[in-house]
Design a protein around this ligand. Structure first.
Ligand SMILES: C[S@@+](CC[C@H](N)C(=O)[O-])C[C@H]1O[C@@H](n2cnc3c(N)ncnc32)[C@H](O)[C@@H]1O
Length: 275
């Protein structure tokens, strides 16, 4: 699979997810506030009940992230935030509330149906300091040094060119700007068979970086102050759930990956400008 093939498959899958959310036929997963019984261990129960009340129900139902970046990003009034792969817009709407009317929250996504869903959620939320942009996270359509904080929720692992994404994030951040991202990462080595599985790639698993790779790629892009904090570690039962139905021998593979995949909060900073 080359970069464009992966993008096409990702766009197709998330376009379908957006259409299902808009038609109210999202089967089970997405974000569930309380009913965890049948849900994806990665995307379920990411937001508190209080936070859930801050956004339209449709935005919550369409949530496909793996963390809660705005809860950890320490956003301040007046800041400009960019969400890479904004999906149905949930984290953009949270950001817009945190930065207030003097700030701005951008969402960037390549999938038309997701952008339509996000704009519908923006309208329902009455958020005027929000703008959804169409484009690729590998070529961000914003000027150099224009953003205070980059957030993202379970998207960078989907890119086939992560170095380019991180260089672009660095370019658009202002000096001193923060990178504050939730993503799936791998601790240790996972079987090659799993890495090659396209469905697991689009499900945020097969394309995930090792924690050490994430750190070195961020440093390579110019970032400093890099830290990776696990927020949810996936055990044997979780591994069984996310491996099921992808043509994989679950009994053989789940014990090999249990405890090695985690959702994590990844922080880094663009250095201040030096004279
Ligand atoms: C797993 S969903 C996460 C959506 C959202 N961040 C959330 O938490 O609900 C991934 C989103 O990223 C978008 N996406 C994936 N790869 C992308 C890329 N290379 N450029 C732009 N958007 C991308 C998809 O269209 C989809 O909306």
């Amino acid at each position: 699979m080359n970069t464009e093939n992966i993008k096409d498959v990702v766009r197709e899958k998330y376009g379908q997810a957006a259409r299902q959310a808009r038609s109210g036929t999202t089967s089970c997963c997405g974000n569930q506030r309380t009913q965890d019984s049948c849900c994806d261990p990665i995307t379920s129960s990411l937001y508190s009940i209080e936070e859930s009340g801050e956004v339209p129900e449709l935005a919550l139902q369409a949530s496909l992230g793996c963390g809660n970046p705005t809860a950890l990003a320490e956003l301040k009034a007046g800041e400009t935030v960019l969400d890479l792969g904004s999906g149905g817009g949930i984290d953009v709407l949270f950001s817009a509330r945190r930065v207030g009317p003097t700030g701005k929250a951008y969402g960037l996504d390549m999938t038309d149906d997701m952008l339509a869903l996000a704009r519908e959620n923006q309208r329902k939320a009455g958020a005027s300091n929000v703008e959804f942009l169409k484009g690729d996270i590998e070529a961000i359509p914003l000027p150099d040094n224009s953003v205070d904080v980059i957030i993202s929720n379970c998207v960078i692992n989907l890119s086939a060119d992560k170095d380019r994404v991180l260089r672009e994030a660095f370019r658009v951040l202002k000096p001193g700007g923060r990178f504050a991202v939730s993503d799936v990462v791998v601790a240790g080595v996972v079987p090659a068979e799993l890495r090659k599985n396209v469905e697991l790639w689009i499900g945020c698993i097969a394309g995930a970086l090792r924690d050490s790779e994430y750190t070195s790629k961020l440093a390579g892009a110019g970032f400093e102050g890099i830290a990776i904090e696990p927020t949810r570690i996936y055990d044997l039962e979780d591994a069984r759930q996310f491996l099921a139905g992808h043509g994989i021998d679950v009994d053989a593979m789940a014990p090999q990956v249990a405890g090695k995949f985690m959702s994590a909060f990844i922080r880094a900073r663009k250095p201040e400008q030096r004279d």
